[in-house]
Design a protein around this ligand. Structure first.
Ligand code: ROI
Length: 162
């Protein structure tokens, strides 16, 4: 039985576009992957850092959540991940946003990821992948944060070369 997981991708250090492409190609070793559009978004957190590139990947996988998390952290580290400060710039973030219908709370993992509903750079790409998605009792397409989106589309095609 496979599960549909959604993974948030973010980068604002280095060659962010290439870093996200390689991250998607790494994810594709774990199961069937499709990607949202590719976005640019202003930083949430300290404003004296570059804009981010953001996207979300949909992954059909047989991996258990903590095994998947291990793989995501391995990909972050292999990308030469640098994180300069809390809420600051980083070369690659891979966040396990959603894992099937599961609610998970332990020392390593909170799923659904906290903060999804407040982050248009996560909600908008999620809607690319499932326009009717609901989460924690909210219909994502109706969220008020979508009235004034901060993100811009950089690439609405097959940017990751899948
Ligand atoms: N801001 C944006 N726009 N995109 C991100 O992916 C992102 N990631 C983070 C913080 C520092 C919260 N800000 C972000 O981890």
């Amino acid at each position: 039985m496979s599960v549909v997981a959604y993974i948030g991708l973010g980068s604002n250090l280095g060659d962010s576009r290439q870093i996200l492409i390689e991250a998607v190609q790494n994810l594709a070793t774990l199961g069937k992957v499709t990607t949202s559009k590719l976005y640019e978004s202003p930083p949430m957190g300290p404003q004296d850092q570059p804009n981010y590139l953001n996207a979300v990947a949909r992954l059909e996988t047989h991996l258990e959540p903590l095994v998947l998390l291990d793989e995501l952290q391995r990909f972050e580290n292999e990308s030469g991940r640098v994180r300069l400060r809390r809420w600051g710039e980083r070369t690659l973030d891979l966040d396990l946003l959603i894992y099937g219908q599961e609610n998970i709370q332990n020392e390593r993992l909170t799923v659904p990821h906290v903060g999804i509903l407040e982050r248009d750079f996560v909600v908008i790409p999620l809607l690319d992948l499932d326009a009717e998605m609901q989460l924690k009792g909210h219909v994502l397409k109706n969220l008020s944060i979508l009235e004034h989106p901060t993100v811009t589309v950089l690439d609405d095609g097959d940017w990751a070369g899948l």
